[in-house]
Each structure stands twice: as structure tokens, then as C-alpha cells.
Ligand binder design. Structure first.
Ligand code: NAP
Length: 436
């Protein structure tokens, strides 16, 4: 029987784990050829442009991705953009199954006055900026103020706050974008305040990330002990506490009581602080917050307000998926039922379930969707696949091309004691990837 043709759009963790699930499902009678299509000239998605550079260990999952990519039947087509270089309807015509692993790259908005002001930046821009994503290298970032506010109580807020608050020399042995490292070294920011709108018990941080804060060498981390105590009281009143919450609160309790070292760099986490307005003369100068309280399990505004003088605001309040012609976006996700979008069209990862879960979450999630795809397969199509769709002179970065980029970055890194020096210029990435 001929192999089924699968197109996976998006070369991030969800895309690779989908490819892996197809590879694992192969039998003598059921085989797949997998074409992975990626807008950027480089694969690995959030592992390259999302994971914080001081968390290099998390990036070792890229070894798994490379193993998947080297498995027979897998091809990479990077520098190919859905909707521009290739149309969804054409892909669906050529392939037995098309899987959208396109993530959620649109930062959610707070919807408060002043959000459009200069130096109020979404994590959807700030994170790829410090991670050398070629589309964000020119982002206007001004770190000349003393205080920065990060809005949101999730792991992205924590990543952003940590990168702003640590001594930038700690980033020397990492793959932080060179342009960002220069800015971090010139930064005047010494105080970073994370503001969560609900209580400590509602925070979306995870315990390992919180525990990591206690290990910062050059930054004192503050949480008001009273806020944690009150969270414990509220939770006790509700009865049993889940393990994850217990671990989170314990990690926060330890941070709150941890002896401070008297560093001039600080990171503070404030709870029950809902952003109301961002003020300034065209550029962020202060943020006005409403103090919330938790009453009978509900978070409500108290009517009290307070202000933080700050020259930078980063909002890290979740992400929505980008739309494509012919696709419906519902609650920030591609409208789907268990990953099924429509005839031979599927979605996985953040595009499927929203911007939640860690990298590993995608493994079981993608495997579930691949099971469904296999159940729905009909006779294999005998079409030509992607080659019949792309313009003949389109500069595709294939796996070999990516390996050239990868090797060049890693070698550049070895010379300066870093895991890699990322190339940030789109044209140079293409020329590296297409060089002989
Ligand atoms: P998240 O975990 O969903 O956190 C978003 C935060 O934004 C929540 O605290 C939410 O508060 C807050 N928020 C939403 N709308 C708001 C508003 N209008 N005003 C104020 N606050 C608002 O999202 P994330 O931080 O973007 O992370 C996405 C996923 O990636 C998560 O699963 C995360 O764990 C994962 N991640 C993992 C790592 C890691 O493992 N190292 C690193 C980064 C990201 P409410 O709860 O009140 O809505």
C-alpha cells in the first residue's frame, strides 16, 4: 500500500511530537511520509524562540526533534508560510491529512487605557525579541527606567521578570540574542514587580519555576508573607488542597520568608493587583491598579487603588492563535473537536487547546490526535504533495539546510563559550541554509 502523505504546519514541539506519533504508529501496512512546513527559516518553535535562555536544560528536547527529523519519510520545508507561499486549501487537496501545529502567537490584550503606549510590550513580542526571533529583532525596548511591571501570574510572566531582574552577566553563557544581551547590560532596571490579579492560590506559576527563583544569586525575591498566609487561610476554608497548589503555595511561602541578601536587584510578586490604567505622556510612566480581594471564593474589586511608577510594562496574560482564511478561531484556538477541524484537517498543541501546558504536554496530546487521524484515513492520495504547490524558485530550507544553520550557530557559540550564537537576520539565515 502506498504511504499516506501528511503535512504538519508548524515546526514547534507539537508539530514534532505529531510527527513522532505518526512514526511510532507505522506498521508494514501503514506508512507515512511527513512534510513539516514552517514559516521561519529555522525549526523548533518555542524551544528556540520561547523557552527562556537561562533555562537551557529545557532546550535539550531539541535532540528528540532532530531524531524525529532524521527518521526516514520526514522532510522539513522551512521558510514556507501558510497563506502566503502555500494555501491551506491546496495543502488539503494534496495531502491525506493536514495538521496545524501553528501555536498561538498573538499576545492577549488587557483592554485597559494606555496599553498602546510606548514601552508597554506584550510577552508575545518581548520573549521572541530576547530569543532572536528574526521578526522581532527591531522591537523598540527601552530599559532605561528603574522599575518594570510585568502583568500576569504565569510562567511566561516569571520568565520575563527573571530576565529583567537578574544580573545580565548570568546570560553570558546562554543563547540570548546578542541585541538583547547588549540592552540587558545597559539596563537601569533594578526593580521588577510581577502583578497577578487574583490571589496566590490562583497563580498559574508552577512550583519548579517558583523554586528556581530562590536560587537566583544576584537578585532578592520578595513576596508579602501576609498574602501567602491569607491564601492558606482561604484554601483551608475550602477543604482539601490539591498537590500542585500545595507545592506552589509552599514554594511561595519559602520565598516570602527567605532571608534577603541586600541585593540592589529585586523581583517582587504582588497578588490581588488588577491593572486599571497605564499612564504616561506617550510612554509608560505609571500603572494604576485596583486592589482585589477574595470573598467566598470569588475575586472582587475593593474599590481601593494604588499606583506603581514604572517605565516599562510587559503584559504576559496568555496568547491566542492567529487566523487563516478558511479557519474559525474560537476562544483563541482553532475551532476543533478533539483536534478535528474539518475533512482531513486537524490541529494540535496550543492552536488546538489554547496556550496552556508545558512542552511535554504536547506528546500525549499529539498522539491522541494522530490516533483520530488514523481512524479517519481513507485511500491514500496519489498526489505530488508540496512540490507541486511551491513556486519553483522558492528558497526552501530543508533539513540539510537547517543543519548548516545549526552547525554555524553552534560553532560561533563554541568560540565564545555559549551553546550557540543565534543568527537573527532572515536573509542571512536563508543564505546560511542554502549555502553549498
Ligand atoms: P498562563 O499560565 O495562562 O498565565 C496567564 C496569566 O495571565 C494568569 O495569571 C492570568 O490570570 C493572567 N491574566 C489573564 N488575563 C489577565 C488580565 N486581563 N489582567 C491581568 N492578568 C491577566 O499563561 P502563560 O504565562 O502565557 O503561559 C502559557 C503556558 O506556557 C502555561 O501553561 C505555562 O506553564 C507554560 N510555560 C511553561 C514554562 C516552563 O515550564 N518553564 C515557561 C513558560 C511558559 P487569571 O488566572 O486571573 O486569568
Amino acid at each position: 500500500m502506498p504511504a499516506y502523505k501528511v503535512a504538519i504546519v508548524g515546526a514547534g514541539p507539537a508539530g514534532y511530537f505529531t510527527a513522532q506519533a505518526f512514526q511510532n504508529a507505522q506498521t508494514e501496512d501503514l506508512t507515512f511520509t511527513i512534510d513539516m512546513i514552517e514559516r521561519l527559516p529555522t525549526p523548533w518553535g518555542l524551544v528556540r524562540s520561547g523557552v527562556a535562555p537561562d533555562h537551557q536544560k529545557i532546550k535539550t528536547v531539541s535532540k528528540v526533534f532532530e531524531k524525529i527529523a532524521k527518521t526516514e519519510g520526514f522532510r522539513l520545508f522551512a521558510n514556507v508560510e501558510l497563506g502566503k507561499d502555500i494555501l491551506l486549501k491546496d495543502l488539503r487537496g494534496q495531502y491525506d491529512a493536514v495538521v496545524l501545529a501553528t501555536g498561538s502567537s498573538k499576545g492577549r490584550k488587557l483592554g485597559i487605557p494606555g496599553e498602546e503606549m510606548a514601552n508597554c510590550i506584550s510577552s508575545a513580542e518581548f520573549v521572541p525579541w530576547y530569543n532572536a526571533h528574526p521578526s522581532y529583532a527591531d522591537l523598540a525596548v527601552d530599559l532605561s527606567c528603574e522599575t518594570a511591571v510585568v502583568i500576569g501570574a504565569g510562567n511566561v510572566a516569571m520568565d520575563v521578570a527573571r530576565l529583567l531582574a537578574i544580573d545580565p552577566t548570568e546570560l553570558d553563557p546562554t543563547d540570548t540574542a546578542e541585541h538583547a544581551l547588549v540592552k540587558f547590560k545597559e539596563s537601569k532596571i533594578r526593580k521588577v514587580i510581577i502583578c497577578g490579579r487574583r490571589g496566590a492560590e490562583h497563580a498559574a506559576f508552577t512550583a519548579p519555576e517558583l523554586r528556581g527563583l530562590s536560587k537566583l544569586e544576584n537578585t532578592d525575591v520578595y513576596i508579602d508573607q501576609e498574602q501567602i498566609k491569607q491564601a492558606y487561610i482561604r484554601i483551608d476554608n475550602l477543604g482539601e488542597m490539591e498537590k500542585e497548589l500545595k507545592d506552589n503555595l509552599e514554594a511561595m511561602r519559602l520565598i516570602a520568608k527567605h532571608q534577603k541578601k541586600g541585593m540592589d536587584r529585586s523581583l517582587e510578586i504582588k497578588f490581588l493587583a488588577a491593572p486599571k490604567e497605564i499612564c504616561g505622556d506617550g510612554k509608560v510612566e505609571e500603572v494604576i491598579f485596583t486592589t482585589n480581594e477574595v470573598k467566598n471564593g470569588n475575586v472582587i474589586a475593593t474599590g481601593k487603588i494604588f499606583t506603581i511608577k514604572a517605565g516599562l510594562v510587559v503584559t504576559a496574560v496568555g496568547y491566542d492563535s492567529l487566523g487563516y482564511p478558511g479557519l474559525k478561531i474560537e476562544n483563541g484556538k482553532i475551532a476543533n473537536i478533539a483536534g478535528h477541524v474539518g475533512d482531513n484537517l486537524y490541529t494540535v498543541g496550543w492552536a488546538k487547546r489554547g496556550s496552556n501546558g508545558v512542552i511535554g504536554t504536547n506528546k500525549s496530546d499529539s498522539a491522541g490526535v494522530v490516533d483520530l487521524i488514523i481512524k479517519n484515513l481513507k485511500e491514500p492520495k496519489l498526489n505530488k504533495g508540496i512540490n507541486s504547490l511551491l513556486k519553483s524558485r522558492h528558497e526552501v530550507i530543508d533539513q540539510l539546510g537547517w543543519e548548516k544553520i545549526n552547525a554555524s550557530e553552534v560553532i560561533a557559540g563554541e568560540l565564545v563559550g555559549k551553546p550557540r550564537v543565534k543568527e537573527v537576520d532572515w536573509k542571512r539565515l536563508i543564505s546560511l541554509g542554502t549555502s553549498l
